[in-house]
Design a protein around this ligand. Structure first.
Ligand SMILES: Cc1ncc(COP(=O)(O)O)c(C=O)c1O
Length: 387
């Protein structure tokens, strides 16, 4: 009997041009990185504030490693909850003004929390474009899952009006990861209040970036409500890894007992909490990082206006350049690559068919000169297409 393998599936990926290869990074994460023996100007990472290689985070992590070792050794409920984790939760509580639970990452947070909030008699109402981890969490919960058209309040309202579910959970990304647009939280919250639902906001791409103080999408809209369950991931603007859940104290206490990815998983290393304590200080103090990002976004949108490819409407550091055809998107990414610029081409199934795009991701660490270089390269490639 042959041993089962995946050679046919892999061959199919090869044929469809969908086989993925990882480029090995040889430098620290940043906007100027080394990979494959050469330097790249990168518009790839979610390190929106330029903190992933910041010395304050690296030094804090190194000192914590020297003092407290590397591993946490157990789940938080056994013996893995270190003084540094406790300090970080308290610091985040003070920063965000809400009780906090620290988890190992955004993906395990969503797959652990959703099933702890709702079950068989309940319903989840999820935007069509929410992140994969939320869909997996929704499946695991066994609640009925209804999807509404992207940012379509009318459609959501219809679904809420007809449900007989016991508990109702509206689920959105604060900032949508592949489109860069912002969920209409005020309207969503109004619906949550009218229909007695919770509003779960996955703010992976909003935390640190949106709001005058970087508190994310609710701050961007000036919103606060006990109905909002706010999940912030810490591997993007916060520059490290992990996730922080902000909610009412009873919700946090319940999740501590019942989110399976929290209860049954080793706690993050204390050194990570030390790095994140430094990150929260920088998020709070360095408003210039958010201001500089806004300047970069404005320059990109102005400079790209006459390109043959259009930027999707977005006021966040995620600036998708819509190409449409898969091969054309890969070709554009290749042409930039020849010019030493690294931008990912995003194709189905990550995005809907016919909407392949370059996902330009901006960072406060980009200089205006970096932006001019990108714009020059895009215009050059556009010019080649015409001739
Ligand atoms: C919207 C959203 N939620 C959750 C995640 C997963 O977070 P993490 O990378 O911390 O596991 C991501 C990651 O890309 C994301 O974009």
């Amino acid at each position: 009997m042959p041993i089962p393998d995946f050679s046919h599936e892999l061959a199919r990926l090869d044929e469809a041009g969908l086989r993925r290869h990882r480029r090995v990074l040889e430098s620290a994460q940043g906007v100027h990185v080394t990979a494959e023996g050469r330097e790249w100007l990168s518009f790839c990472s979610n390190d929106y504030l330029g903190l992933a290689a910041h010395p304050a985070l690296a030094n804090a992590a190194a000192e914590a490693a020297r003092n407290h070792g590397v591993g946490s050794g157990a789940s938080a409920l056994v013996s893995g909850h270190h003084r540094l984790h406790q300090r970080l939760e308290e610091r985040l509580h003070a920063f965000m003004g809400r009780p906090c639970l620290l988890l190992g990452g955004g993906f395990p947070a969503n797959t652990g929390i959703l099933p702890a909030l709702v079950g068989r008699e309940d319903a989840i109402f999820a935007d069509k474009l929410v992140h994969a981890s939320l869909l997996d969490g929704a499946q695991l919960s066994r609640a009925q899952v209804r999807r509404f058209h992207h940012n379509d309040i009318g459609h959501l309202e219809n679904l809420l009006r007809t449900t007989k579910a016991r508990r109702k959970l509206i689920v959105v990304d604060g900032v949508f990861s592949m489109d860069g647009d912002i969920a209409p939280l005020p309207e969503l919250l109004r619906l949550a209040e009218t229909h007695d639902a919770w509003l779960y906001v996955d703010d992976a791409h909003g935390f640190g970036v949106l709001g005058a103080n970087g508190r994310g999408t609710p701050e961007h809209f000036g919103l606060a409500s006990p109905r909002i369950i706010h999940l912030c991931t810490l591997g993007k603007a916060a520059g490290a890894m992990g996730a922080a859940l902000f909610a009412e104290q009873s919700v946090v206490d319940w999740l501590l007992h019942s989110a399976r990815s929290y209860v049954f998983s080793t706690a993050p290393p204390p050194l990570l909490a030390a790095a994140l304590l430094a990150a929260v200080d920088l998020i709070e103090q360095d408003a210039w990082r958010r201001e500089h990002l806004q300047q970069l976004i404005a320059r990109l949108r102005q400079g790209a206006a006459d390109l043959p490819w259009k930027l999707l409407p977005s006021e966040t550091p995620i600036q998708p350049l819509m190409v449409g055809d898969n091969k054309a998107a890969v070709h554009l990414a290749e042409a930039l690559r020849e010019r030493g610029i690294w931008v990912p081409a995003i194709r189905p199934p990550t995005v809907p068919k016919g909407t392949a795009r370059l996902r330009l991701s901006l960072s406060a660490a980009h200089s205006m000169e970096d932006m001019e270089r990108l714009l020059r390269a895009l215009h050059e490639v556009a010019g080649e297409g015409k001739s």
